[in-house]
Design a protein around this ligand. Structure first.
Ligand SMILES: Nc1nc2c(c(=O)[nH]1)N[C@H]1C(S)=C(S)[C@@H](COP(=O)(O)OP(=O)(O)OC[C@H]3O[C@@H](n4cnc5c(=O)[nH]c(N)nc54)[C@H](O)[C@@H]3O)O[C@H]1N2
Ligand SMILES: Nc1nc2c(c(=O)[nH]1)N[C@H]1C(S)=C(S)[C@@H](COP(=O)(O)OP(=O)(O)OC[C@H]3O[C@@H](n4cnc5c(=O)[nH]c(N)nc54)[C@H](O)[C@@H]3O)O[C@H]1N2
Ligand code: SF4
Ligand code: FES
Ligand SMILES: [Mo]
Length: 895
């Protein structure tokens, strides 16, 4: 559509406003109550233009074909100046002292500090570690409130007071810290005056500020992959601004990526290698530490051959680092004993999605969510674990998409769900079969799709005969009418989307869970169509997709060629110039078992605190103690590092160069904003150095060269280079061709299975590995909380600790009463495997007979409770089902 701005023609898309047109024409216009991230309100009148013979607020006026807009002219300027002057007059003079959008607008209109004549003295709120409120600076534009409701969906803020005294405040009335604020930083980033701001050296800095120009990188916490601009002052991150053109996050972020950077400068950061001497870890220089590593690895190989050595690679580290470590293990040590924490979370997704569709990733791109008319969110809590995606899903539901949540707990999205299914933990397969049964019984399947593009319908139909809703209800505890209602919502939607998480995978039959969930998308023909969202796992760690893509897995090479496939091996061998072992290596649980059995003689753990996060921690600790030589590359002296013979100090994501691959397969750049502290080095440097200490040269001297080399091993990433990413921002794989875009949406023509069809699974429901009994009457589910990240090694070192100071055990009021437990009371939790100490939180977010806790404080010992049961197909631990008993924990004083 073409409009004219101050006499010059400009093209704008359908639905654009006059403000969009003005900006597209390169003209400046104040817009103090507006932000592109939410719909306009049109309340401040600072964006006045003339159009259609009158004066209009540009932000709320739709642009029409041929419209003529004027921004120039003394009269219009005067009107805008009056509007801004009126706003400014209520503020105290200091309001214009500091850089802010308001200050820039005033400068542009020639409004000086004398215009600010307000009395001030309205006070503020600095209870929160990351968000401070200075009421004197608030102009009640409502942007923070709308960011909070329309983007984040937290609804934590409101405007209170009358007339000129109106300011923002938490809706709960009390201090900000105790409000519903989730610390996404949205209010801080939109506030035009700095009234709501991040404390620190650059208060009031926002992503719209010309001062912002930070180092553009990708968040190193979760798999969403938010683009952040890191602004550094005095060697610290002063702000991590959410990039408005971030391909995934579009100007949004969460409490971790946005604010949780205190760990970087923690005095506990490892800055020198440590080597065990006479039983104690002592500081050493790099030469000594590397010699000790080389010596330990050599001895292990001498004593037990290459397969006596294993490495756990880090899903926190970059693609290039993972590529290098697996290359090191395969070509220098000569073993496939390499794995990563995908084993602990989405290995069943990789296996299940490959079996169903052909490739081990989600089927579509997050953008597909925008078209979905029904969301089926299963065993995932994105509001806490993938907040930027969670916020998008919530907005989609608030704007009318149907929402079915399947989770035993009342997670954040469940509050907005049309149907909340609460299966007993470990009964997903029965639930999915119940839904599938209804889809078939009520004719809600896509016959043509099933005929043309799917396989396995007859076998599935036979299995499903045994799962009418009533039987599924008996197995899962979900009332039959809820199962039917969910099936109808999903089954009648045009473009339904499935989003799922660890509540599907971390089970004894996790791979069956993934496959039988995929059945629903196949039955509906809602996958491989190129419209909608298909089925997508919310992968966890910042680079867990990438660690697996790069071949840090015992059974597959970079790009998922099987180590047992001579063709795949020879392709890698041609690039690496050395033979690649053909025997699959050990998976993480098998590594520990081999260590306990005396067969594993050296273990190198990179960036994973296995003593805190692997299940049945007592047995993990025993494995590390039995293993004759262990190395740990870490930021901190974690439980795993404390047990190691050599500890190597590593750099963290804001100190690294490389790439991460997010949950929807987008490869994005990671760029260093800071130097690692002291003698800490990147994992890339460390792997090279260890290889060199063994007399080997791994080639690919830079991360860019490593990614390029990986592209020669596998076509999946052949078209992706650092240079290309620097230009394009993000490129999804598969991307075999540097001149063509990657494929964000898979299978639009055929599935990647050998026969090109999507495969339905007829696996029956089988019960979980752990069962409650009289001794252990409660089922414990473990998972995540918003403010902490996994082992908590990073989020416990900084302001997030103030937001969530301890691991809590959620108990239903009935169970609390039965066990005589009060809210806030210390509680002893015991399972068949160990004991843990937590703090009781009484809440009906959990069902009776179930308890929930996170594992973010290793000291509380949650993973001493979890069992050694693992997914039968992939060895992913059954973290979601542990039988426990609880007891009031008596302290020494006897109270
Ligand atoms: N804040 C924060 N964010 C994180 C992380 C973190 O530690 N903290 N970790 C990251 C990582 S590594 C990962 S893998 C992701 C994980 O992200 P999610 O998969 O969303 O996380 P979880 O909380 O572990 O589990 C999801 C849900 O599964 C439910 N559930 C348990 N058992 C069952 C079941 O049998 N059936 C069904 N339908 N649901 C069940 C639980 O109640 C829980 O709400 O999060 C990532 N993001
Ligand atoms: N009970 C229970 N346990 C679980 C789960 C559950 O749901 N329930 N979920 C499981 C899942 S899904 C996962 S992914 C695992 C996660 O388990 P982990 O991978 O052990 O957890 P993280 O805290 O993410 O961090 C790993 C360690 O890496 C270090 N680190 C961070 N960045 C870097 C880096 O760049 N280089 C190096 N060398 N080190 C770095 C951190 O300091 C931290 O100690 O936990 C699993 N454990
Ligand atoms: S949603 Fe995930 S990627 Fe985005 S800022 Fe938060 S932790 Fe980082
Ligand atoms: S920005 Fe248009 S009325 Fe406020
Ligand atoms: Mo994970």
């Amino acid at each position: 559509m073409r409009v004219t701005v101050d006499g010059a023609p400009v093209d704008v898309p359908e639905g654009a406003t006059l403000l969009d047109a003005v900006r597209a024409a390169g003209a400046e216009l104040p817009a103090l109550c507006h932000d592109d991230r939410f719909d306009p309100a049109g309340s401040c009148r600072t964006c006045l233009v003339s159009a259609g013979g009158g004066t209009a607020a540009a932000c709320v006026t739709p642009a029409a074909e041929g419209a003529e807009v004027t921004t120039d002219g003394e009269e219009l300027r005067e009107l805008r100046r009056d509007a801004v002057e009126l706003i400014v007059s209520a503020l105290p003079p200091r309001a214009l002292d500091r850089p802010s959008e308001l200050a820039r607008v005033c400068a542009g209109l020639g409004i000086g500090p004398e215009a600010a004549r307000g009395p001030g003295g309205r006070g503020g709120d600095d209870s929160h570690p990351y968000v401070h409120l200075d009421r004197d600076l608030c102009i009640a534009c409502g942007r923070c409130v709308r960011m909070c409701s329309d983007v984040q969906g937290a609804f934590a803020l409101t405007l209170t007071g009358r007339g000129a005294d109106t300011t923002v405040a938490p809706g709960t009335g009390g201090p900000w810290l105790e409000s519903d604020c989730v610390a996404c930083g949205g209010c801080v980033d939109t506030c035009p005056t700095g009234a709501v701001s991040q404390p620190g050296p650059v208060p009031g800095l926002t992503s719209a500020d010309p001062r912002a120009a930070g180092v553009r990188t990708t968040c190193g916490y979760c798999g969403v992959g938010c683009t952040l601009d890191l602004v550094v002052r005095d060697g610290r991150i002063a702000a991590a601004l959410p990039a408005r053109d971030g391909p995934v996050n579009r100007g949004h972020a969460c409490a971790k990526g946005r604010f949780a950077h205190g760990f970087l400068t923690s005095p506990e950061r490892l800055t020198r290698p440590l080597v065990r001497r006479d039983g104690r870890l002592e500081p050493a220089d790099w030469d000594e530490a590397l010699a000790a590593v080389a010596d330990g690895l050599r001895r292990a190989v001498d004593a037990g051959g290459p397969d006596a050595v294993a490495a756990i690679s880090s899903a926190r580290a970059t693609n290039e680092e993972n590529y290098l470590l697996q290359k090191f293990m395969r070509t220098v040590i000569g073993t496939n004993n390499i794995d990563n924490c995908s084993r602990l979370c989405h290995a069943p997704s990789a296996a299940g999605l490959t079996a169903s569709f052909g490739l081990p990733g989600g089927t579509d791109t997050l953008e597909g969510i925008e078209q979905a008319d029904c969301l089926l969110v299963v065993g995932a809590n994105p509001v806490e674990a993938h907040p930027v995606v969670g916020a998008r899903l919530l907005q989609r539901a608030l704007r009318g998409a149907g929402l079915v949540v399947a989770d035993p707990r009342a997670v954040g999205l469940a509050r907005h769900a049309d149907v909340h299914l609460r299966p007993r933990p470990g009964t997903n397969v029965a639930l999915f079969h119940g839904i599938a049964h209804v889809l078939l019984a009520e004719g809600m399947t896509d016959e043509e799709f099933l005929r043309e593009r799917a396989a396995g319908l007859d076998e599935l139909r036979e299995t499903l005969a045994a799962y009418p809703p009533e039987r599924a209800a008996a197995l899962t505890g979900v009332p039959a009418p809820h199962i039917t209602a969910a099936a109808r919502l999903y089954g009648r939607a045009e473009r339904p989307a499935v989003v799922y998480g660890l509540g599907v995978t971390e089970h004894l039959h996790g791979t069956d869970g993934v496959r039988t969930l995929a059945n629903l998308a196949i039955l509906r023909g809602a996958v491989g169509t190129g419209r909608g969202f298909g089925i997508n796992p919310l992968r966890g760690q910042n680079n867990v997709q990438g660690a697996s893509d790069m071949g840090a897995l015992p059974e597959t090479l970079p790009g998922y060629g099987k180590v047992t496939d001579p063709g795949a091996r020879s392709r890698a061998e041609a690039v690496w110039g050395t033979p690649v072992p053909g025997r699959p290596g050990l998976r993480i649980p098998q590594m520990f078992a081999a260590a306990r059995a005396g067969e594993l003689r050296a273990l190198w753990v990179v960036g994973e605190d296995v003593t805190a996060t692997d299940p049945d921690a007592g047995r993990v600790a025993r494995a590390l103690e039995t293993c004759p030589f262990t190395v740990c590359s870490e930021l901190f002296l974690s439980g795993t590092a404390r047990r190691a013979d050599v500890v190597l100090p590593a750099a963290s994501w804001p100190e690294k160069d490389g790439t991460f691959t997010n949950f929807d397969r987008r490869v994005q750049r990671v760029r260093p904003a800071l130097a690692p502290p002291g003698g800490a080095r990147t994992d890339f440097w460390i792997v090279h150095a260890v290889a060199a200490a063994l007399g080997a040269d791994l080639g690919c001297p830079t991360p860019a060269a490593a990614l390029e080399e990986c592209g020669r091993v596998t076509g999946l990433f052949a078209g992706i280079t650092h240079a290309r990413l620097d230009e394009e921002g993000a490129v999804p794989w598969p991307c075999p061709d540097p001149r063509r875009p990657g494929r964000a949406r898979l299978y639009t023509r055929r599935f990647a299975t050998p026969d090109g069809r999507a495969h339905l699974s007829a696996a029956p429901y089988l019960p979980p590995g752990e069962q409650a009994d009289d001794d252990y009457p409660l089922i414990m589910v473990t998972g995540r909380r918003l403010d902490h990240y996994n082992s908590g090694s990073m989020t416990r070192r900084g302001g997030n600790l103030l937001l969530a100071p301890a691991d809590l055990l959620d108990l239903h009021p009935d169970d609390a009463a039965r066990h005589g437990l009060r809210d806030g009371q210390p509680v002893l939790v015991e399972s068949r495997h160990g004991r843990a100490r937590l703090t009781a939180r009484i809440s009906d977010d959990v069902s009776p007979g179930q308890v929930f806790c996170a594992f973010h404080f290793p000291g509380s010992g949650v993973n001493r409770l979890t069992s050694g049961h693992t997914d039968t197909a992939t060895s992913c631990p059954e973290y979601k089902v542990t039988a426990v008993r609880v007891d009031a924990h008596r302290t020494r004083s006897g109270r």
